[in-house]
Every structure is written in structure tokens, then in C-alpha cells.
Design a protein around this ligand. Structure first.
Ligand code: PBG
Length: 324
């Protein structure tokens, strides 16, 4: 035998030398839940062991730790004290996310990139990502509100807004609003491809954002898991509308979409390894059914191999310990 691929697997030095993909701390973004109702400290999320909802103050402290670990950014999700049909708490000057952004920027400046998820579902009584009327989620009315939210985050000092609602035309509406108000350098990281997935369950517990009345799911705006050509179309549109980076979500079940996106578009692409993926691994590991750390590292490496330039993951903080 002349050709033996196993020669290159002989020991860890040679494996290190020929490894095609590596994971770096610089690839990671840590999600942070900020709960306006928590006055002090943090509360564990029951369906997401080791993940917390933070008070504004403690979220800022958490960002300090994350920055010190060498993670480049956080993505913020807010749980407001007060919800209404239109999600008005999302664009208040002293809203939970606005206060958190200002606090992080005062404390840390450019030591950490602050990304704000831009959506209505945590802020509406019905739990939908847009305005609900006669059992429909209205598109054009919603993008006006999303633009207001994005502007308000920009005024608070955000680096990146990340619209996750899946309304049509929202990237253009947000970009125009930001430009008109001279926020030329606030980036848009759009959730260009977001599937109507069962893997958001634990997040909706954490953010109290499940659809509560009207439509019982998000299938009229999030994508059908069977579609891949539609994903290309969504990305194309978001790029045309002015997105600076795009996200594909969830992570692991959609690696083919990541690869397609990478091969077809010249734009930074992130993958969101979502709450259900997190809790699936955590629960199996708790029962001793998988090796937790190995599984986590494999998942993140494979997401990167599939084409992700960066990964939003609840394991970001922890994996810094394992990445040398
Ligand atoms: C808000 C939003 C969701 C997630 C991120 N932004 C929930 C949803 O669409 O229902 C899910 C993230 C996760 O599951 O980790 N629209």
C-alpha cells in the first residue's frame, strides 16, 4: 500500500498541522438576556442550565467578564417590565436594552462589540414579532416600528442591530432610518435566513416570547425548514437592502444552508446555534449519554467548517477555557 491517509492522523502534532478548520475565541458571540424586572443579580433559566437572565447592572458586569475572556461581542435580548400590543417598550429611551447598551459603552467603550437583537416578540402581549391584526402579522406597519427600535438602539450607542423578525423589507427600512439620522457606521446583522424551528423553545421560556394568542406559531413569517432556494433569495434581498452581515438560524440542522450561503455570497456569515441545540446537549450530558465538552467543541467546529465566519452560542464563555 502506497497511500495511507492514516499517516496524517498518527499523533496530535501532525493532526494539528493538517487540520483545515480551527475555532477561535474571536469567532464567538455570547447572548445575554436582560430582564427589567430583576433589580439585582441574575436568575438561572430553568430550561437552559447555566444560562441566566441578568439585571441591567449585572449584565454590564457580565460583559466585562466576557470582554476579559477575549470574546469580541455580545448580543442582547431584553425582557421588559411592561408589554403591550405594539411593543412600545422596545423603543423607549430608558428601555431595558437602551439602558444596558449605554451602561456597557460607558464601562467598556470599544472593548466589546454590542449587538442588539431587534424584534418585537419579547415586547408584545401576543408574543408575535410584529403587529397583530385580525390574526395576521402586518408587515409594513411592523417595519416602521422596527426602524424606531433600531434608531433608539443607535442613539444609545449600539454597534450592530440584528433584526430577527423576518418581515419583508426591514433591512432597507432600518438602513434608511439609520442613514437619515447620521448613524452611518451602525451595522446591520440581519437574520436573513431564519427558519420556523422547534429549536427556539428554551429561548421563548427565557425571553417569555412564545406566541400567546392569535396565530399559534410563526410560520407566516419564519421560513419553512424544507426550503433552501428560498434561503438564497432571502440572503440576496438582505444584501441588496443594505445588510452588512447575515445570520443563518438555527445552526446544526442547517449546515447545508451555511455552506450554500458561503459558496454564493461575499458577505460575512454568522450561524446562530440556538437554545434548543444548547439544551439538547445539556440534557443528554446530564444523563451521561454524551461527553459534554467533546460534543460542544465538535458542534462549534462543524458549524465553522460548514461556512460560518462567526457563531452566536450560549457556550461562548465556557469554550474560552478549552481554546488555547
Ligand atoms: C426573536 C428571537 C428568537 C430567537 C432569537 N431572536 C426567538 C423566536 O424567533 O421565536 C431564538 C434564539 C434561540 O432559540 O436561542 N425573534
Amino acid at each position: 500500500m502506497l497511500i495511507r491517509p492514516r499517516r496524517l492522523r498518527k499523533n496530535h502534532k501532525i493532526r494539528d498541522l493538517v487540520r483545515e478548520t480551527t475555532l477561535s475565541k474571536k469567532d464567538l458571540i455570547m447572548p445575554i438576556f436582560v430582564d427589567e424586572r430583576i433589580k439585582k443579580g441574575k436568575k438561572e433559566i430553568p430550561s437552559m442550565p447555566n444560562q441566566y437572565r441578568f439585571s441591567v447592572e449585572s449584565a454590564i458586569e457580565e460583559c466585562r467578564k466576557i470582554a476579559d475572556l477575549g470574546i469580541p461581542g455580545v448580543i442582547l435580548f431584553g425582557i421588559p417590565k411592561y408589554k403591550d400590543e405594539y411593543g412600545t417598550s422596545a423603543y423607549k429611551k430608558d428601555g431595558v436594552i437602551q439602558r444596558t447598551i449605554r451602561g456597557i459603552k460607558e464601562e467598556l467603550g470599544n472593548e466589546i462589540l454590542v449587538i442588539a437583537d431587534t424584534c418585537l416578540c419579547e415586547y408584545t402581549t401576543h408574543g408575535h414579532c410584529g403587529i397583530l391584526k385580525d390574526n395576521k402579522v402586518l408587515n409594513d406597519e411592523t417595519i416602521e416600528i422596527l426602524s424606531k427600535i433600531a434608531l433608539s438602539y443607535a442613539e444609545s450607542g449600539v454597534d450592530v442591530v440584528a433584526p430577527s423578525d423576518m418581515m419583508d423589507g426591514r433591512v432597507k427600512a432600518i438602513r434608511e432610518t439609520l442613514e437619515e439620522n447620521n448613524y452611518h457606521d451602525v451595522c446591520i446583522m440581519s437574520y436573513a435566513v431564519k427558519y420556523a424551528s422547534a429549536f427556539y423553545g428554551p429561548f421563548r421560556d427565557a425571553a417569555e416570547s412564545s406566541p400567546r394568542y392569535g396565530l399559534k406559531d410563526r410560520k407566516t413569517y419564519q421560513m419553512d425548514p424544507g426550503n433552501w432556494r428560498e434561503a438564497l433569495r432571502e440572503i440576496e434581498l438582505d444584501i441588496e437592502e443594505g445588510a452588512d452581515m447575515i445570520l443563518i438560524k438555527p445552526g446544526l440542522p442547517y449546515l447545508d444552508i451555511l455552506r450554500l450561503a458561503k459558496d454564493n455570497f461575499n458577505i460575512p456569515i454568522g450561524s446562530y446555534c440556538v437554545s434548543g441545540e444548547y439544551s439538547m446537549v445539556e440534557s443528554a450530558a446530564q444523563r451521561g449519554w454524551i461527553n459534554r465538552v467533546d460534543a460542544i467543541m465538535e458542534i462549534l467546529l462543524c458549524i465553522k467548517r460548514a461556512g460560518a465566519d462567526f457563531i452566536i452560542t450560549y457556550w461562548a464563555k465556557e469554550v474560552c477555557e478549552y481554546i488555547k
